[in-house]
Design a protein around this ligand. Structure first.
Ligand SMILES: Cc1ncc(COP(=O)(O)O)c(C=O)c1O
Length: 420
């Protein structure tokens, strides 16, 4: 699936010729089409439910899921976003959906049939956990094994003749274990199964799972790719045949289409993705290092920390940083941790990630959901910081002041005991 798109030596970049654009230039120009009618240099928002049919609709070609007929199936803004995402992820085709969950459901609903077995990471986004934990088994007769996806022997042991799919996130949400995508792809393919990878935490250029052998990559566009916390969307990217099947089965007939306005907003947000990611990663690294050196913090998990157990796996696959999510645990009581979160003045307590502003979410997980989490998070709950684009200095000052309010000043004598 690996598709390199370098600007051929000596070739002048030309925005009308995709093959000559580098990835950074593609981030700015990809998928945009000037409006032929008005000459507007950006694709307008096309808020129409239907497109004009040809004189004889019977002449419409068969087998093309992207025909402009009805907006549940396709639309001008959806098409531009699909083009952009397909090439950004080095895939052949992309399908866009109303949300990340609609995209994940669309992929699973298309690939899986009753009686199929799936191996899933035991740490995944809550919505995915619930899909595999109850909905798909109960409604579709899918059999599921949750495994520690970083334990490749455990993954191999879980695979059965009926295994159709292995599913993981690159950096798992909310406890950031890092999956070895190439190794998982090999295991899946040796058993005629597919590997689907949710790369929401690691959009390009940080990581391109298709280059590592994944069959499909899924994104919640709601997060980094839009980047401004104001529009929801999802995408599935991969080989054309599978992506077309997902469009015909799960998009056209089950619905879940993205609104043209949201597709347009996400397209606009994505223009600055490589620049924003750089800042998210730098800020997250600085905040993780601050927390790891702080005596009041019981545990920090961030794959950018040299002594994080997933540092090597992350370094071998990611390029340009380790993402923007830092998870940590505080000792004391539940009430202490609630007080800490509520004492923050800059950082907002809210779910989601990949926004321009930094968000924090503290959760004490129920036992079934907590089973895959590392021990300090099972015991103390997990505080997830979704680092934004502010100055790292301001973020650290806010965290430090809230820690002082609840736990008192950091103790220099034990300042190096954390992040074990
Ligand atoms: C890793 C991951 N995948 C998928 C989703 C679902 O995306 P959405 O909220 O756009 O449906 C989320 C949401 O937080 C997520 O964190």
């Amino acid at each position: 699936m690996s598709t390199e798109h370098p600007s051929p030596a000596g070739t002048r970049p030309d925005r009308r010729d995709h093959a000559t654009l580098t990835d950074d230039t593609w981030a700015v120009h990809g998928g945009n089409r000037a409006d032929e009618t008005t000459g507007a240099i950006r694709t307008p928002i096309v808020m129409a439910n239907s497109y004009r049919l040809p004189a004889d609709p019977a002449a419409l070609p068969e087998g093309d899921p992207d025909l402009l007929i009805y907006t549940r199936e396709s639309g001008a803004n959806q098409l531009g976003l699909q083009d952009k995402l397909a090439r950004a992820e080095h895939g052949e085709a992309a399908a866009v959906f109303a949300t990340g969950m609609a995209a994940l459901h669309g992929a699973f609903f298309t690939i899986l049939s009753p009686g199929d077995h799936v191996v899933v990471s035991d740490v995944v986004y809550m919505g995915t956990f619930d899909l595999f934990g109850s909905l798909l088994p109960q409604k579709m007769g899918i059999e599921v094994d949750l495994v520690d996806i970083t334990d490749l022997d455990a993954v191999r042991a879980a695979v059965r003749p009926s295994t159709r799919l292995i599913h993981t996130e690159v950096i798992c949400n909310p406890d950031p274990k890092v999956a070895d995508i190439a190794a998982l792809a090999r295991i899946a393919h040796e058993h005629d199964a597919l590997l689907t990878v949710d790369s929401t935490f690691t959009p390009p250029p940080l990581m391109r799972p298709l280059d590592h052998g994944a069959d499909l990559v899924v994104h919640s566009l709601t997060k980094y790719i839009n980047g401004h916390g104001d529009a929801m969307g999802g995408a599935v990217i991969g080989g054309r045949e599978l992506v077309d099947a997902i469009k015909f089965r799960a998009l056209h007939h089950v619905g879940g289409a993205i609104a043209p306005f949201n597709a347009w907003l996400i397209m606009r947000g994505s223009l600055t993705l490589p620049l924003r990611l750089q800042r998210h990663c730098e800020n997250a690294q600085a905040v993780a290092e601050f927390l790891a050196a702080d005596s009041r913090v019981a545990h920090v998990a961030y794959p950018g920390l040299m002594d994080d157990p997933h540092h090597a796996a992350a370094s071998g696959q990611l390029s340009g940083g380790y993402g923007g999510v830092v998870s940590f645990a505080l000792e004391g009581s539940h009430a202490d941790r609630v007080r800490f979160v509520n004492d923050l003045r800059l950082i907002t307590s809210a779910v989601s990630l990949g926004h321009d502003e930094t968000l924090i979410a503290y959760e004490a997980y129920p036992p079934a959901r907590a089973a895959g989490l590392s021990c300090p998070f099972r015991e103390n709950g997990l505080i997830r910081l979704a680092i934004g684009l502010e100055s790292a200095q301001d973020l650290i000052a806010d965290l430090d002041a809230a820690l002082i309010a609840v736990y008192g000043p950091a103790s220099p004598s034990i300042a190096d005991r954390s992040s074990a």
